[in-house]
Design a protein around this ligand. Sequence first.
Ligand SMILES: C[S@@+](CC[C@H](N)C(=O)[O-])C[C@H]1O[C@@H](n2cnc3c(N)ncnc32)[C@H](O)[C@@H]1O
Length: 456
Amino acid sequence: MTTPVALSEQLAHAARVVQAVEQGRSLGDALLSVPPGVRPGVQALVFYALRHWGQATVLIGLLADQPPKPLVRALLGLALTLLLPEAQQTDGVVYDVHTVVNQAVNALTVLRAPQGAVGFVNACLRRYTREAQSLLEQSKSDAVARWNHPFWWVQRLRRDHPHHWQALLERNQQAAPMTLRVNRQKVEPQAYLGALKGAGIDAVLLGANAIELRQAVPVEQLPGWFDGHCSVQDAAAQLAAPLLLQAGPLPAQARVLDACAAPGGKTAHLIELGAHVHALEVDAERSKRIHQNLQRLGLQAQVTTADAGKPEQWWDGVQYDAILLDAPCTASGIVRRHPDVRWLRRPTDVEQLVQQQRRLLLALWPLLKPGGCLLYCTCSLFKAEGASQMQWFLAQQPQANSLPAPGHLLPGKSTENPSLVTQSNPVGAESWGARAGLLAAGDGFFYGLLQKTQEF
Ligand SMILES: C[S@@+](CC[C@H](N)C(=O)[O-])C[C@H]1O[C@@H](n2cnc3c(N)ncnc32)[C@H](O)[C@@H]1O
């Protein structure tokens, strides 16, 4: 039997994690420092807090005369998020006001904070409970508190998606579903759906291979997980492999370059659909994850650890039939899954990533056979990393033609708001959302498809 962990102890761990994120560390990385037995509870607290961190920080500004020390600020912010009206309305565990105040104060003792910090947090939380309504009203006039995203992010999204920006920001506050891709080399999707139901896991088929679970489960509980029957992959990400392989006639056993491949989700999908893949990844640690994933799925690829932008260091001179460039990006389309991303990014990151994406596009284009296709994608909602990149590339590459592709896919759920699955699309194809019912549930993504014209 496991002993329940006191909220104060969870808050103390959570405060360290939030402090690390505020100092620029990724949430996934910071959570590894939390003992495994406590981690699920701490993770739930931190995910929730980071989704409401804009409100928390603005409230701290209203409550504190002096900026508190980072760890104390993190703890105060966490406790404030638990007192927000949103927290009191959730279906999960709801803590009453006195529990939150007492446990937050106890957490400071766990953290060995000085007595002054204890008094300060106690006073702030008690004042919040007395004046919540007026403090919340004051805070809401600040866009960071209203939308729980940095101001520059709100502005950029508003400019890029004038009809959807508010819905997108609100959508980012919700958890994303867990979606699987069935490995058809091992099992048919209908049969796998049956296996899930048999294991007591409620799920629906979304598209050709995609299955959405009603509730996330640890992967070890998925039937056939260790035998490679399925992978965890977002519904919108599952479009990449079929988009590229069905873009035009490909020779049997087409040779495909997956230029930014780790952890190998799209690599595996390409192989499952019959391609011979050369997977490149610049980060050696992340390359290992490609091997691990392929091994579990029983698939094979040529995996190289190298910079895709420097083909002179790794290319054998034989052009590829097709290229997938799933480029490094701000990840602004996947903040439902990574609530830290919005707080980690800086406005200057966008321009840096735009330059990196251009460098990769320019370096990889000569490696594509005439008549072949390059699929460019990012998990970003920002036009600078999607539609604008395609316009820039097409303007300077006379041999590049744009083929129909989804363009910017916005995260959403068709049942709630069908308008969110439409896209601002540089290349037509209004019907992508409808054609792939699975898009409605997917992350924010950009897909642009380029074909190299034949040489004369
Ligand atoms: C968006 S992720 C790719 C996700 C992957 N395609 C999948 O579906 O599992 C981008 C990857 O590109 C890698 N990367 C970044 N710059 C690179 C470069 N210059 N050359 C090769 N890989 C690079 C990153 O380390 C990261 O693993």
